[in-house]
Design a protein around this ligand. Structure first.
Ligand code: IPE
Ligand code: MG
Length: 232
């Protein structure tokens, strides 16, 4: 029995919500603002969603911060997005107040092709270490992340250690502890799956919304959560 006297087998399983945060640029353009302002607003929306998720039955929130494909964007935009990641990973006190921990997935810093600048690496390492004591919501930010790169690497590592089956792939993902995704969210009217968590999204529900990411709020999160099969 736990503290609420709900037997563990019927206690609602804590959900994994994954978000492709799309539409920052369009949000800004609609307001006559530079794209960078859209990314700034998107970072604030993320902080709000972390608070909302922590207050709900969400155990895992994984967001696509920056993909392996995003490096081709104009330099000033990339620089702005990088500085926003320093801000995200700097929200340590806030995360701790929400009993949330921060994690990161992406191309390991020392591996060939990895592009995370050192100052973002440091922000990531510090955030992960400083929030490791939280035991509530796990917020995972995908940065310099690509689902295919993750799977290719997992297959390569698995092949070096015996037969390659689904368990072997799972064990060799960037974060083997990341549970299967329950609901994948994609904003801004894009009804596509991109190169995000390709292994982990197997069997998940998908919530597509026309709202751009800066307008994604707690009400939207509730709509997404309503799609999840509970308990499973
Ligand atoms: C998502 O917004 C943010 C990142 C991919 C970093 P976009 O920048 O893709 O915004 P749109 O799609 O141009 O509106
Ligand atoms: Mg986009």
């Amino acid at each position: 029995m736990n503290s609420t006297n709900i037997p563990p087998d019927i206690e609602p399983r804590r959900l994994h919500v994954a978000c492709v945060m799309d539409g920052n640029g369009r949000w800004a353009r609609k307001r006559g603002l530079p794209r960078t302002e859209g990314h700034t607003a998107g970072e604030e929306a993320l902080a709000e969603i972390v608070r909302a998720a922590a207050a709900r039955n969400v155990g895992w929130l994984t967001v696509f911060g920056f993909s392996t494909e995003n490096w081709v964007r104009p330099r000033p935009e990339v620089r702005h997005i990088l500085s926003l990641h320093r801000k995200i990973f700097g929200r340590v006190d806030e995360m701790r107040r929400n009993n949330a921990s921060i994690r990161w997935i992406g191309r390991p810093f020392s591996e060939k092709g990895a592009r995370t600048p050192v100052y973002v690496q440091r922000a990531i390492q510090k955030a992960v270490a400083d929030t490791a004591g939280s035991n509530g919501l796990v917020v995972t930010v995908a940065f310099d992340y690509g689902g295919r790169a993750e799977l290719a690497r997992a297959a390569g590592r698995a092949a070096g250690a015996g037969p390659v089956d689904a368990h072997a792939i799972s064990r060799n993902l960037y974060d083997p502890d990341l549970p299967p995704v329950d609901v994948l969210v994609r904003t801004s009217g894009e009804t596509r799956i991109s190169n995000f968590l390709l292994w982990q999204i197997n069997g998940c529900r998908v919530y597509f919304t026309d709202r751009p990411w800066p307008d994604f709020d707690a009400t939207e999160l509730d709509r997404a959560l309503a799609l999840a099969d509970t308990p499973r």
